[in-house]
Design a protein around this ligand. Structure first.
Ligand code: 2AM
Ligand code: CA
Length: 270
């Protein structure tokens, strides 16, 4: 079985694991701050993914949100970038609206992207240059719409800091309206379905965006950082994703925003 088909089966199995495990008691801890949560289910699901991938493909490497692959510093060979639960706050507070996210890269080049909304049993998947699908249905190509006619998604709490709030306010004011769903992976899934036209994040990790970037990339959506640069596979970055027209509209807003650029580059230690 090839990596893509193995990945599709694996992510659904991991979803079944989450669904079963969440019905039993689990511990909730905080990480970088009291609102940055991790549960036993996040850790056990990452371990499940890790063990299954290692068993099938011993030479593949795995980077996960909950600690796997922390020492990886190059992108040679096959790398699986996994988020066992994207939207942990939704998982804890709502018991839904979270997803498992996987991006697979070969020598740093995209190979396939997978996002599984296990509570809805919706699998979003794409193999590089072979189209993107929701379950068995092909997803439609991106339509160009300007910011003024678009719904955009962002995380209000993260952009409300002093250094970024004005820049993001200007974009929000220029859009039709703003949504926030609490899972970057599911917001990429909504972009893939054409339900929102753009996503804006000041800071994400590769496990939050690689699956979604590959899937939406197949449909003609563009994803870069606020400068218009390609996103890294290691480290943190800002993320602007959308149809080509809105992506360029948003970068235009940021172009001469020196305050934002300075804050951003310090924030990501560039
Ligand atoms: P997570 O649930 O896997 O942690 C919410 O807007 C999105 O931001 C989610 O995809 C969430 O991923 C991510 N997120 C949560 N905490 C974060 C942090 N400290 N830094 C960057 N992204 C974060
Ligand atoms: Ca996570």
């Amino acid at each position: 079985m090839d990596i893509y088909n193995f990945g599709k089966e694996l992510i659904v199995k991991a979803g079944q694991f989450v669904e079963t495990r969440m019905t039993k008691e689990f511990k909730v801890d905080s990480k970088s701050n009291p609102n940055d949560l991790v549960t036993d289910v996040d850790k056990e699901t990452e371990q499940f993914l890790y063990t299954e991938i290692q068993e099938k493909f011993p030479d593949h490497r795995i980077i996960g949100e909950e600690g796997h692959g922390e020492s990886i510093t190059d992108t040679k060979g096959v790398i699986w970038i996994v988020d066992p639960i994207d939207g942990t706050l939704n998982f804890v507070h709502q018991g839904e609206n979270f997803a498992i996210s996987i991006g697979v890269f070969i020598d740093g080049e995209p190979y396939c992207g997978l996002i599984y909304d296990c509570m809805k049993r919706d699998l979003y998947h794409a193999k590089y240059q072979q189209g993107a699908f929701l379950n068995d249905q092909p997803l439609a190509h991106a339509k160009n719409e300007p910011l003024s006619k678009s719904l955009i998604a962002t995380n209000p709490k993260r952009i409300l800091r002093e250094e970024t709030k004005d820049s993001f306010f200007n974009i929000m004011a220029a859009s039709r309206s703003v949504r926030s769903y609490g899972s970057a992976a599911l917001e990429f899934a909504m972009l893939a379905k054409g339900q929102i036209a753009a996503l804006l994040f000041i800071k994400l990790h590769p496990w939050d965006y690689t699956g979604g970037q590959i899937i939406t990339g197949e449909l003609g959506y563009k994803t870069t950082d606020i400068h218009g640069n390609a996103l890294p596979l290691l480290g943190t970055t800002s993320v602007i994703s959308g149809n080509p027209e809105i992506h360029s509209d948003i970068l235009e807003f940021f172009k001469n925003d020196k305050t934002l650029h300075t804050f951003h580059d310090d924030f990501h230690n560039l």
